[in-house]
Ligand binder design. Structure first.
Ligand code: GDP
Length: 404
C-alpha cells in the first residue's frame, strides 16, 4: 500500500516516518545502531527525523532509483511511503502520476494547530482523489497528553475537511517523538480508545477500480519486420484476436498478437501487433465510449509562472500531446478560506481555478473519478510543466469535485 504523508512544515512528518520505520522493526540492526551512535555523539536521544535523512542520503547514492521511497512492514502488509519533499513536488508528482497514493496521513501539530499548508495539502488530497485520509494530531507531549487541546485541533481540521467534502477515517493523538500511538498504544492518553497509526492503516481496504480496456500507444518498434506497439494498459484487459477501437477517430482495429501472451490485463506493459498502423498518442479502447472532445472543463492548479486567458499551451494527457488555448478562467478558489472569485484573467503560481480549454484537435479523456490517468493532464510552456489539472466535463453540480 502506498501512503503519502503530508502536513505543514515542522509538524513532524519526518519524525513520524522515522518512528514508523523504527518501531515496526523495518530497519536493519546495524542501521539502528549506527543511528543511535550518531545521535549519542550529537548529544541527544534518538532523533527520528534523522532516520529519514540517513535513508535519504543512502538513496541519493543509488543513482538507479528514480522515485525515492521509504518502506515499513506490519504484520498485515508492506507500506511504501511516498516522498513529498515539498509542496510543489508533491502536487507535481501527484498530477503527473509519478506517485500513486492509496492513502494519506495528514499531520497536524497539536500545539500550533491547523496552518496554511495543512489546508493546502488537505485540499490537494481531495482534489487528486486520494481515497483514504488519516489525520494525525502530533506532538501531544507538548500539550500534556490532554484531551481538550486534541479535541480543539480535531474540531478545526475536521470542519475544514468537511468544507471540501472529505471525512477522515481516523483522527489519532500521537507523539511521534516519544512513540505514543504510532505503532504502540500509548498509556499516557487513556482517554483515547481508537487505533494507533499502524492499526488504522492496517484496517484500510485498498481501493481498486475496474474499468474498460484503455491502452495509450506509447511507442512503436519493428521486430522481425513486424510493427509492434508498446505501452501500459491503464485499465481493463485485451485478448489476442479481439477487435477494439482506436481513438480519437474511433475506427476498429484488430489486435492480431500480444507479445509473449494471449491475454493481458491492467496494470501491465505490453507490446501488440495490429491490422492497422497506430502511432503514439492513440488510445485503444473497448466497452464504454471515452470522452473525445476539443472542449475541456477543468480544475487547474498553477505550479509555476502565470496561466493567462487567451494564451496557448501544450496539453499532455498520458501519451497524448495537443495544443490548447485557455478560453476562460471562470473561477479562482482560495484554498485557505475556500472563497471564490469569478471571471478572472490569469492564475498565478499556487493558485487554483476553474478553466475552460479549447484543444486544437480532439483528444481522449475520462472523468477523473472514473480513470485518473485519463482524467488528469499537465499544461506545458516551452516544454516545461507549468500547471496540472483534472477534467470535470460532465461532472454535475452535486458532485463533490465540482463543488471544489
Ligand atoms: P516535518 O517538517 O513535518 O518533517 O517535521 P520534522 O519531523 O522535521 O519535525 C520538526 C520538529 O518537531 C523536529 O525538531 C522534531 O524533533 C519535532 N517533533 C516532531 N514530532 C514531535 C513530537 O511528537 N513531539 C515533540 N515535542 N516534538 C516533535
Amino acid at each position: 500500500m502506498n501512503v503519502i504523508i503530508v502536513g505543514h512544515i515542522d509538524h513532524g512528518k519526518s519524525t513520524l516516518i522515522g518512528r514508523l520505520v523504527y518501531d515496526t522493526g523495518s530497519l536493519p540492526e546495524e542501521r539502528i545502531r549506527e543511528i543511535e551512535r550518531i545521535s549519542q555523539e550529537l548529544g541527544h536521544k534518538l532523533e527520528f527525523a534523522f532516520i529519514l535523512d540517513a535513508l535519504e542520503e543512502e538513496r541519493k547514492g543509488m543513482m538507479t532509483i528514480e522515485t525515492t521511497q521509504t518502506f515499513f512492514k506490519t504484520e498485515k502488509r508492506e507500506y511504501a511511503i511516498i516522498d513529498a519533499p515539498g509542496h510543489k513536488e508533491f502536487i507535481k508528482n501527484m498530477v503527473t502520476g509519478a506517485s500513486q497514493a492509496d492513502a494519506a496521513i495528514l499531520v497536524v501539530d497539536a500545539k500550533e494547530g491547523v496552518k496554511e499548508q495543512t489546508k493546502r495539502h488537505a485540499y490537494f488530497l481531495k482534489l487528486l482523489g486520494i481515497p483514504k485520509v488519516i489525520v494525525v494530531i502530533n506532538k501531544m507531549d507538548l500539550v500534556g497528553y490532554e484531551e481538550k487541546p486534541f479535541e480543539n485541533v480535531k474540531e478545526d481540521i475536521v470542519s475544514y475537511l468537511k468544507g471540501i467534502d472529505l471525512s477522515p477515517e481516523f483522527v489519532i493523538p500521537v507523539s511521534a517523538y516519544n512513540g505514543d500511538n504510532v505503532v504502540k498504544n500509548s498509556e499516557r492518553m487513556p482517554w483515547y480508545e481508537g487505533p494507533t497509526v499502524t492499526q488504522a492503516l492496517d484496517s484500510l481496504e485498498r481501493v481498486t477500480s475496474f474499468f474498460d480496456f484503455r491502452f495509450p500507444v506509447q511507442d512503436e518498434y519493428e521486430i522481425n519486420g513486424e510493427k509492434v506497439y508498446v505501452g501500459n494498459i491503464l485499465s481493463g484487459s485485451v485478448k489476442e484476436g479481439e477487435i477494439v477501437k482506436c481513438y480519437p477517430e474511433g475506427y476498429e482495429v484488430t489486435v492480431n498478437k500480444i507479445l509473449n501472451a494471449t491475454y493481458a490485463k491492467a496494470p501491465a506493459a505490453i507490446g501488440i501487433a495490429t491490422d492497422k498502423p497506430l502511432k503514439r498518442g492513440y488510445i485503444l479502447g473497448k466497452g464504454s465510449e471515452p470522452l473525445v472532445t476539443k472542449n475541456i472543463s477543468s480544475l487547474v492548479f498553477c505550479l509555476s509562472g502565470n496561466l493567462k486567458k487567451g494564451e496557448s499551451y501544450t496539453l499532455r494527457c498520458v501519451t497524448q500531446e495537443v495544443k490548447c488555448k485557455i478560453k476562460e478562467i471562470t473561477e479562482r478558489i482560495d484554498v485557505e478560506t475556500l472563497e471564490k472569485t469569478t471571471q478572472i484573467d490569469e492564475l498565478k503560481e499556487v493558485e487554483i481555478g476553474k478553466v475552460e480549454l479549447e484543444l486544437e484537435k480532439p483528444a481522449v479523456f475520462e472523468k477523473f473519478n472514473t480513470l485518473k490517468e485519463l482524467g488528469r493532464f499537465v499544461l506545458l510552456e516551452r516544454g516545461k510543466i507549468i500547471a496540472g489539472g483534472i477534467v470535470t466535463n460532465g461532472v454535475k453540480e452535486h458532485d463533490s469535485h465540482f463543488r471544489l
